[in-house]
Write a protein that binds this ligand. Structure first.
Ligand code: ZN
Length: 350
C-alpha cells in the first residue's frame, strides 16, 4: 500500500476520505463518543471509492487457492450469560413458536452449571463455519469495567479460549469501553487476555466501535497489535473510508504511515437489521456489498455477535449469517479469520 499514497494524494477528496480527515476535528459525536455516520460528508458509503481508484491505477490483490476475494468472519463476544431482557425475549419467542425444549434451554440452563449458558456457543459457531470450509475470529472482553453492566470474567473462559485456539480459529481482544483512548488500559487488557489464552493476541476490535482517529491506531500499535477491525459505523453498513481492502493507516499529524493493519468493518449484524426495513431488504443490502467487494477483489468484514447465535429472539440474524456463508462460498470466497488475513497481507507485502 505504500506506493499508493502518491497516486491517492493527487486526489485531495479521496485522500481526505482515506485518511478520515474529517474525524480529526469532529463537530459532533454520538452518545458513546463515536463519530457518527450522520456527521460524515461522505454519503456514498456503499461504494468503495478509494479501492475503486486504486484498482483503476493497477492495484490488485490475490488470495490463496485462486480465491476471488475474502470474507473476514468475526464475532464480538459481549455476553456470555443472557441478561434478563434477553432471557425474557427469548422465552417469549419460544412460547410463541411452541418450542418447549428451546424454552427450557433459555430458562433453566443455570441449573446445569454456568458452562451450559446458551451464549457459550463457540463450538456450534465453529461447527457451522467448518461446514463451509471457513474459520473466524472471536473477540473477548478482558476488563471488569463497562458502561452498562458487568459482562463476564475472562478467566472463567480459559477452556473455551483453548478450544477455539486449538481448532485454528482466532482469539482476539474486544477492547473495553474505556480502552480506546487509554494506551495503558489497552495494554493491560491485552496482557490479561494473553495470560488466559497462554499465547499472543494479534487482533482487536473496540466495544461499541469507539475509536479516535488517528490516536487509537497509534495506541494499538504501541500495545503490539498486528491489526484492528474497529473502523465501521454503528448505524450504517458500508465503507467508512472508501476502502474495501485492509490498509495501513496514515497519520496526518506525524505525516507517516502507522504500522498496523486496519481491516475495515463492512457489515455488523445489528446495524444491518436496523438499517433495513425487512429481512429481504437486509439480504439485498448484504448481497450488494458482497458483490461489490468481490468485483474489486477485496475483503468484506462481518461482525456477527456470538449472542446472535442460539438466541431465539435474534433468529433472523443466524439465518442471515448462514445465507451469507452459502452465497460467498458459491462465489469462491476465502472465508477466514482476521489473523489469517493479516498473515496473508504481511506475507505478500500488500
Ligand atoms: Zn461489544
Amino acid at each position: 500500500m505504500l506506493h499508493s499514497y502518491d497516486a491517492l494524494r493527487q486526489h485531495g477528496e479521496l485522500w481526505d476520505l482515506y485518511t478520515r480527515k474529517e474525524e480529526y476535528t469532529p463537530e459532533q459525536l454520538d452518545q458513546y463518543g463515536c463519530f457518527p455516520y450522520a456527521a460524515s460528508t461522505n454519503k456514498n458509503i456503499l461504494e468503495p471509492m478509494v479501492s475503486e481508484y486504486l484498482a483503476d491505477n493497477g492495484f490488485d490483490y490475490k488470495y490463496p487457492a485462486h480465491k476471488e476475494f475474502a470474507v473476514c468472519l468475526t464475532h464480538d463476544v459481549d455476553e456470555i450469560y443472557p441478561p434478563l431482557n434477553h432471557a425474557l425475549l427469548s422465552s417469549l419467542t419460544c412460547i410463541k413458536k411452541r418450542d418447549f425444549s428451546g424454552f427450557k434451554e433459555q430458562v433453566f440452563w443455570k441449573l446445569h452449571g454456568k458452562e451450559k449458558s446458551p451464549y457459550r456457543n463457540f463450538r456450534e459457531i465453529m461447527d457451522l463455519e467448518e461446514k463451509y470450509g471457513a474459520c473466524s475470529s472471536f473477540y473477548f472482553l478482558a476488563t471488569n469495567s463497562d458502561i452498562t453492566r458487568f459482562r463476564y470474567t475472562i478467566e472463567d473462559l480459559e477452556d473455551d479460549l483453548g478450544k477455539i485456539n486449538d481448532r485454528g480459529w482466532e482469539v482476539g481482544l474486544h477492547g473495553g469501553y474505556y480502552a480506546f483512548n487509554d494506551p495503558e488500559e489497552i495494554l493491560r487488557e491485552k496482557k490479561r487476555l494473553e495470560k488466559v489464552l497462554d499465547g499472543e493476541v494479534c487482533g482487536n476490535r473496540n466495544h461499541y466501535l469507539r475509536f479516535q482517529v488517528p490516536d487509537s491506531w497509534e495506541y494499538l500499535k504501541r500495545a503490539g497489535f498486528g491489526y484492528d477491525t474497529s473502523l465501521g459505523y454503528n448505524e450504517m453498513v458500508g465503507f467508512r473510508n472508501g476502502m474495501c481492502h485492509p490498509f495501513r493507516p496514515y497519520n496526518l499529524h506525524t505525516g507517516s504511515e502507522i504500522n498496523i493493519l486496519e481491516i475495515p468493518l463492512t457489515i455488523m449484524d445489528d446495524t444491518l437489521f436496523e438499517s433495513a426495513t425487512s429481512y429481504e431488504e437486509a439480504w439485498e443490502l448484504s448481497k450488494r456489498l458482497i458483490d461489490t467487494v468481490a468485483a474489486y477483489h477485496g475483503v468484506i468484514c462481518l461482525n456477527w455477535h456470538s449472542e446472535s447465535f442460539h438466541c431465539p429472539f435474534k433468529g433472523p440474524r443466524e439465518i442471515m449469517y448462514k445465507k451469507i456463508l452459502q452465497y460467498c462460498s458459491g462465489k469462491k470466497a476465502w472465508m477466514t479469520s482476521g489473523k489469517k488475513i493479516y498473515d496473508w497481507w504481511e506475507k505478500n507485502e500488500y
